[in-house]
Design a protein around this ligand. Sequence first.
Ligand code: MTE
Ligand code: MO
Length: 223
Amino acid sequence: MKKIIIPIILLVLVLFMIVGCSDKTTEPTLDAVTSATLSRYRENEVREYEGARLDPTIGPRDNSIQGVQTVSIDEYKLKLTGLVDKSLDLEYNDVLALDAHERKITLYCVEGWDATILWKGVLLKDIMDLAGINPQANTVIFHAVDGYTTSLPLEDIIDNQLILAYSANGLELPPEMGYPFIVVAENKLGYKWARWVSEIELSDDSDYRGYWEDRGYNNEADL
Ligand SMILES: Nc1nc2c(c(=O)[nH]1)N[C@H]1C(S)=C(S)[C@@H](COP(=O)(O)O)O[C@H]1N2
Ligand SMILES: [Mo]
């Protein structure tokens, strides 16, 4: 059996070389797709985690309601408002000072694509605890610098230890993915993953509907 394997491997290699040397212009688009994907990895971006491939943080195209937002970190504040004991204006570094959590999580968009990325950030609960969560609060509304809004049940955020990420695949979050912060709404469709988050509002309005939810998207957004 072993004797036959080596000639077969050699034959396959020779065949590959012949195919590889033939007219490139007629060759399939598979390579083009792969290289397009490869070209989206940033320098030093982690591409593998626990033996599984990670997707590039930056997606093939941007579908944001107002395009990619550029946030100047010197002027940036993360506001905590609504049903809290004390409203807060946090600086970028106040958030980074909280305990770090890292998890590989897949984002699924309703358009059919998905991206598996290694996220690092802080627990949304830990941020909200800085302001003090009022007992009437049952809903968390995220506001972003582009006017986008979406919400999640407070219970989901706490029970599932949801992360507000500042890093993806080992690097700082790029503007395309929401620098400085994205809500990693694990097990929820992409439109719950608010990017460029500027305000976390605690509310008792469990029927609140964000930008896409108000335009007919399901408010549960379960996968
Ligand atoms: N601030 C903000 N966050 C947002 C959006 C947006 O338009 N603005 N789009 C949402 C949607 S629908 C998806 S699928 C994810 C990823 O968006 P992308 O497809 O533009 O990469 O971001 C989500 N977060
Ligand atoms: Mo989406």
